[in-house]
Design a protein around this ligand. Structure first.
Ligand code: ADP
Ligand code: MG
Length: 714
């Protein structure tokens, strides 16, 4: 256009190519300058020395001081990547691993996947030249299945340890063991008669886990002592230090400007609405600076995002623009970096984030924080064995971290959407996840790692005995453990190999037997993303009609299969018309809009589908379809999800058969109105009621037939 042409002319003598070079140079300089000004830069030498001196080191430092992005570079530059060894940095969240790796690759001026790379479940962006590898903590645990001594790593940095996710806790226990064993192997090599080293039990050759362990590593000549670094944003390093036999802790002095904390007078009944109102109060009443609002999940983020856009259209002509940037775990990776893009001058950016923005990723430019004081968390009842997602108040530590985000670059303001009296009632810190989640995945993984006695595993904080017993019981019912508590062959081994919840791994293995793996693959992929259906407030009727066109009277699982297949058909048509990748993408997006399908979620599901399919093929499982035989498929769902079978009660609620819990069908289910006599479900959500989501109608007689271990009549 004309305006653009004029703008380019202002560039004077430069051609556009020179422009780009200039910009690139400027950006490089800017990045170098930013790096130098980080608090961690001043203590580089001291940190590297401490890592040299201590095999285990705890580093505590304010969020934003440069721990995650800088420390691995310091170590790599100081020879910790000798002989092709890697520095691994684990993150509790995928988004953090991806965005940080991208940033560090840019800082190092290398292509992502070369010297700096990342690996998360279903996505590996590394190569043989990778030396700094960001990954999720869960992924490193899986790597240990293939390489029990993690022999490719010289150093492992467990980042965000204060989050105490279940994977972090498992990883800490595992790393402690690996570090010990590696040092013993080295001692043994130098002195074969060393008593302790002699006692070191090498993975048993007869051991069933052998088929997934490969034993090469301990013949590996380059095996070095493992350097372990535990990084945390919270001030309390004592717990970690005690756990690691008195390991040294160093503190990095952060930089923090004052943050004005404001409370509401009364509790807010609708926190989404309160968030929306606060966003516009800041936008219209406060000076420049971006806003960061903490919400509980993708659904809440997307709904606030829409409302902000709607209300922004009603602002008077010529008002300052307001832009939104969402960030949550399952956001497609090409959209994740958007939060880091500065808002164009004359506009304000609102970042809508889950608690990922508390400490995991530091976003520049934030001056205002909105904290409704809530977080979505896993909760587990070890007696019934049921896990659910609930929205609970944050801890004091989380509230402080959140408000701290407003004072990184200058004085800021934090709006807590609850009365001040409530703050005092919050718990000091969050209960570690391992104490409030289903442990079957943990038990399965530890068993696969050759740890026979789960009860005596050296956890930083031991999960409850009842919890472990219940999980072992569930694994036994799923056929993953034998009578004597060993991993079963082949089912247990296959389940451990898949990067999925045990119940979904089992579903895929069973589906192969039932010859409907094609359908189950789709179900598992679709269940791994949040909110496929899109219900904008202003178009509820159209959205409901659209959903109806996919609905199956049999239930939500088959409905999901219908959606997936319809979307695949749309892509096929586009492909048949010889469209380019971009055009295909566009037509899929249009299809999503027309059918009220969440295109972000669908794309993620397609991605997961492709990856699990790869695993299935690697395991040699052929992908057959049951065609139109939906009875066959529902029988397969029954054989897979029988742990969550429920019977209708006279009052229209349901009783979960194995847990005895009383539940209701969630309003979003296609079976909400029909209420069949017997159902299986996938997910329990606790709000004011116990709701179950993703429900399918089954015949109660199938239960004793297909899951005799739980339902045999006697
Ligand atoms: P810490 O781990 O101590 O919390 P980080 O190493 O994550 O600190 O962040 C250091 C600095 O790098 C912060 O100022 C942050 O704003 C900046 N930063 C990190 N990632 C990005 C990114 N993707 N784009 C721009 N700046 C980033
Ligand atoms: Mg960090």
């Amino acid at each position: 256009s004309n305006a653009q042409a004029q703008n380019q002319n202002k560039g004077g003598n430069f051609t556009s190519g020179d422009h780009r070079t200039q910009n690139l140079l400027a950006r490089k300089q800017w990045i170098a300058q930013q790096r130098k000004s980080l608090p961690i830069a001043a203590v580089e030498k001291r940190l590297v020395d401490e890592v040299r001196k201590n095999d285990t080191l705890i580093i505590v430092g304010e969020t934003g001081s440069g721990k995650t992005t800088q420390l691995p570079q310091f170590l790599c530059n100081s020879g910790f990547c000798h002989d092709g060894l890697l520095i691994g940095i684990t993150q509790p969240r995928r988004v953090a691993a991806v965005t940080v790796a991208k940033r560090v690759a840019e800082e190092c001026n290398v292509e992502l996947g070369q010297k700096v790379g990342y690996a998360i479940r279903f996505e590996d962006v590394t190569s043989s030249s990778t030396r700094i590898k960001y990954m999720t903590d869960g992924l490193l645990v899986r790597e240990a299945l293939l390489d029990p001594f993690l022999s490719n790593y010289s150093t492992i940095v467990v980042d965000e340890a204060h989050e105490r996710t279940v994977h972090t806790d498992v990883l800490l226990g595992l790393l402690k063991k690996v570090q010990h064993e590696r040092s013993l192997i080295i001692v043994k090599r130098q002195n074969p008669c060393h008593t302790a080293a002699k006692k070191l039990i090498m993975p048993d050759k007869e051991d069933k886990t052998q088929s997934i362990n490969n034993l090469k590593p301990y013949q590996n000549a380059k095996l070095t002592p493992l350097k372990l670094i535990i990084m945390s944003a919270s001030l309390d390093a004592r717990g970690f230090s005690e756990y690691f036999d008195g390991a040294k802790a160093v503190h990095i002095q952060g930089r923090q400007y004052p943050v004005d904390v404001l409370y509401t007078y009364h509790p807010e009944p609708d926190y989404l609405d309160a968030t929306l109102i606060t966003i516009f109060q800041i936008h219209l009443g406060e000076g420049p600076g971006d806003i960061l609002a903490f919400l509980t999940g993708q659904e809440e983020i997307e709904s606030v995002e829409r409302l902000v856009h709607e209300r922004a259209r009603q602002l008077p002509e010529g008002s300052q623009k307001i832009l939104t940037a969402p960030i949550y775990s399952s956001l497609p990776s090409e959209q994740q970096m958007n939060v880091f893009k500065p808002a164009p001058s004359g506009s304000r950016k609102v970042i809508l984030a889950t608690n990922i923005a508390e400490t995991s990723v530091t976003i520049p430019g934030i001056k205002y924080v909105i904290d409704p004081g809530l977080v979505k968390a896993r909760s587990y009842n070890p007696v019934t064995g049921m896990e659910s997602l609930i929205i609970i108040p944050t801890s004091k530590a989380q509230a402080l971290q959140r408000s701290g985000r407003a004072g990184r670059e200058g004085p800021g303001k934090c709006f807590r959407l609850y009365p001040e009296s409530e703050f005092g009632k919050l718990m000091d810190s969050t209960v570690p996840e391992i104490k409030r989640c289903n442990l079957s995945n943990v038990v399965l993984q530890l068993k696969a790692l050759g740890i026979k006695d789960i009860f005596s595993f050296d956890f930083m904080e031991k999960p409850s005995r009842t919890g472990i017993v219940k999980s072992m019981e569930q694994l036994y019912l799923l056929g993953a453990l034998t009578d004597s508590g060993e991993l079963s062959d082949p089912v247990g081994l296959q389940m451990a190999r898949l990067p999925l919840d045990p119940i979904y791994s089992k579903a895929l293995i069973i589906a192969h037997e039932f010859k409907c793996l094609e359908e189950m693959l789709i179900v598992v992929a679709m269940l791994s993303v949040e909110s496929i259906f899109h219900f904008p407030r202003e178009k509820i009727e159209e959205a409901t009609a659209a959903k109806k066109s996919f609905s199956s009277t049999e239930g939500d699982h088959i409905t999901l299969v219908n959606v997936y297949r319809a979307s695949a058909e749309c892509l096929e048509k586009s492909k048949a018309a010889n469209s380019k990748e971009k055009t295909m993408e566009k037509s899929l997006n249009k299809w999503c809009r027309d059918n009220f399908i969440n295109s972000r979620s669908l794309r993620h599901a397609r991605d997961v589908h492709r990856q699990i399919k790869g695993h299935m093929q690697q395991m040699g499982l052929s992908i057959s379809s049951c065609g139109d035989d939906m009875v066959q498929f529902r029988r397969c769902l029954t054989a897979s999800f029988f742990l969550n079978a429920a019977l209708k009660q006279p009052d229209g609620s349901y009783r979960a058969l194995l847990s005895g819990q009383n539940v209701q069908i969630h309003p979003s289910s296609v079976l909400r109105a029909k209420k069949p006599d017997c159902i299986i479900f996938n997910e329990l959500i606790r709000t004011s009621q116990n709701y179950v989501r993703n429900v399918t109608r089954i015949d109660p007689l199938w239960l004793p037939e297909l899951a005799p271990q739980s339902f045999a009549e006697d």
